[in-house]
Design a protein around this ligand. Structure first.
Ligand SMILES: [Zn+2]
Length: 159
């Protein structure tokens, strides 16, 4: 009996078969970006990778009841059938690097960068993140939360 491991199940064919044409084409674009995917966990039955696009997502491949399953933390994966572009990109990347865990991750690099910032730089960074990112602003639970939402509405009237 053929051994069930990720290497034998996660193939280019599997990705192509389980993704829409659109997701597949976009996934190839993610794969072609050298900085977009990093594998941070790899054991025979499970592989996890971070995918950095407009946002940061985590893709998990695992074997469940003899079948390969893939999930992504993005909204497209939740809302639509089939594999999203992040899963396709992460899968192609995993095949290329032979399913090896990578020592340097994107989240790790960002963490290191943030750790080296001065307080004023951190404040500036948080200010711009809140100013420019609606999701981040909505998640920002603080006494100012309502005010931030109010400012957001006002901003929209101006547009
Ligand atoms: Zn996704």
């Amino acid at each position: 009996m053929k051994e069930l491991n990720l290497k034998s199940l996660l193939t280019q064919k599997w990705l192509e078969k389980n993704a829409s044409d659109k997701s597949h084409v976009r996934g190839i674009r993610i794969f072609e970006d050298d900085w977009a995917v990093r594998i941070f966990e790899s054991i025979p039955a499970r592989l996890r990778a971070e995918v950095m696009g407009m946002r940061f997502y985590v893709v998990t491949f695992q074997i469940k009841r003899g079948k390969l399953e893939a999930v992504c933390t993005c909204p497209a994966f939740r809302d639509f059938d089939g594999l999203c572009k992040h899963i396709v990109g992460a899968g192609l990347h995993a095949i290329e690097v032979e399913f090896k865990k990578e020592p340097r991750t994107i989240a790790g690099a960002i963490q290191k960068h943030v750790a080296g910032l001065k307080e004023a730089e951190l404040r500036e960074l948080a200010f711009h993140a809140l100013l420019n990112d609606e999701d981040f602003r909505n998640e920002f639970s603080d006494d100012d939360g309502e005010l931030l939402a109010e400012e957001d509405r006002r901003q929209r009237w101006k547009e």
